[in-house]
Every structure is written in structure tokens, then in C-alpha cells.
Design a protein around this ligand. Structure first.
Ligand code: PXP
Length: 240
């Protein structure tokens, strides 16, 4: 089964916000991504609005033809935004203002009450809820206990591994976590730091049904165009 490619268009908005212009528009990038084979558009509405704006979410909700996945913190402000814009999926992520990007997975166990409450509220609004967690069996079990629909495994440590031994160890953690999630009936995605060189071993994991990839695709798109960048990644997922 080919994994769904979720294209994260945040960094198109990063470029726009650098000059506070109206271009490049992440909405246009999302349409091109879908034409090139994306099965989902992913955006992260951050508390500091450093890239995606509420306007983007509103227009994407009207225009995305596949699935719209909103990454957000488990906060009342974001739950309100989710209820207003009704994405197909919400992925709860940890968020710190000073971080460059989402640096680790959500610690579900230590914030159980808040995360459980947020999951329930979103599910009550007919939104599928995924939790972005480290590939750790305890986190997978905790996600299941609080009735999340899905998890997304953080692939950052695999992508940043300095040696082959470390890379294989991180890959094994991802495989184990994906298998455990599937056994518990959780849908399983993965993402963060994936690029054209390191994606294949993750794309071969049968228990993972979706990859969310942003930085590498947008970076390639600057040089070769958005459609080609997405098509080349989609091709890697089709024949890993
Ligand atoms: N998945 C999640 C939950 C993320 O927070 C991010 C980064 O915004 C990604 C996937 C995409 O990561 P990258 O931009 O490194 O491909």
C-alpha cells in the first residue's frame, strides 16, 4: 500500500512572511501539490503566527480537495480555530515559542488530562485526532488510552542520526512503535526531517500509512518548481 503524502506548506508562508507580502501563497502551493500527487495538505498554525495565518486556514478549507491536516498546540485558542475551520484532521504537537521547528514529540503521559480533554473536544466536533509523539512504546500506549484516532511518529532522531548504527537503532524504534500502534488499532503516520535521501526506509514500513513532509519539498521546489518537487517525492513513496 502506498503511503499518503501529506505536503506541509508552512515554509511557503515563511517566505511570504519574511517580507509581509501576499506572495508566495501557500494556497497556490497546496493546489499544485495536490495536482502533483499529494494526498493531504498539512499546515501548522503556530501561536506566534510566524508562517501560516488564519486566512490561509480559511481559504485552504475552501480549496483543498484531499485532506486538510492542522497541526496545533493543545490550547483553548487553537481548539477554537479548529472548531471554526474544521480541518479533516488535527495533529496535536508540542509548541515552544523559541524553537526553530517542532523539536520533540508530545509527552502524552505527563500532560494526560489536558491532552485527553483536547482529544475529546475535537472528536466531539467530528475531527479526526492524531498525536505527534516520539517513537516510544509508552507514548503509543498513552495515546491509545486517551482515545486518539491516530499517531504521527517523530522521525527527527532517525533523520539526524550521525552513524549507520544510530540510524538503524532509530529506524527500529519507529518500526516497533508503528507495529504497536497498529496492534492497538491506531492509524499511524510519520514525519519530521524526512527528505529525498532518507525517506525510503520509512516509506517501506507497512504499518505507516502517511508521511508529512515540508522543508525538503519546499526547499527543492525553490529550485525545480513545486509540482516537480512533489512528484519526485510521491514517486519515492510509490516505489520505495
Ligand atoms: N509533521 C509534524 C507534526 C511537524 O510538526 C512537521 C514540521 O512542521 C512536519 C511533519 C514536517 O517536518 P519537515 O518540515 O521537517 O518535513
Amino acid at each position: 500500500m502506498t503511503q499518503r503524502l501529506g505536503v506541509n506548506v508552512d515554509h511557503v508562508a515563511t517566505l511570504r512572511q519574511a517580507r509581509k507580502t501576499t506572495y508566495p501563497d501557500p494556497v497556490t502551493a497546496a493546489a499544485l501539490a495536490e495536482l502533483a500527487g499529494a494526498g493531504q495538505i498539512t499546515v501548522h498554525l503556530r501561536e506566534d503566527r510566524r508562517h501560516i495565518q488564519e486566512r490561509d486556514l480559511r481559504v485552504l478549507r475552501e480549496t483543498v480537495q484531499t485532506l486538510l491536516n492542522l497541526e496545533m498546540a493543545a490550547s483553548p485558542e487553537m481548539v477554537k480555530a479548529a472548531y471554526e475551520h474544521k480541518p479533516d484532521v488535527v495533529t496535536l504537537v508540542p509548541e515552544r515559542r523559541e524553537e526553530l521547528t517542532t523539536e520533540g514529540g508530545l509527552d502524552v503521559s505527563s500532560q494526560k488530562d489536558l491532552v485527553a480533554r483536547t482529544v475529546k473536544t475535537l472528536k466531539d466536533g467530528d475531527i479526526v485526532v492524531s498525536l505527534f509523539i516520539d517513537p516510544d512504546l509508552d507514548q503509543v500506549k498513552a495515546a491509545h488510552r486517551i482515545s486518539a484516532d491516530r499517531i504521527e511518529l517523530h522521525t527527527g532522531r532517525y533523520c539526524e542520526a550521525r552513524s549507520e548504527k544510530e540510524r538503524l537503532r532509530e529506524l527500529a524504534r519507529i518500526v516497533d512503535a508503528a507495529k504497536a500502534a497498529t496492534k492497538l488499532g491506531l492509524g499511524c503516520a510519520a514525519g519530521h526531517g524526512l527528505n529525498y535521501e532518507n525517506v525510503r526506509p520509512i516509506a517501506r514500513i507497512g504499518e505507516i500509512d502517511e508521511l508529512n513532509i515540508g522543508h525538503a519539498i519546499v526547499a527543492r521546489a525553490v529550485l525545480v518548481g513545486f509540482e516537480r518537487a512533489v512528484r519526485e517525492m510521491a514517486e519515492l513513496l510509490r516505489s520505495p
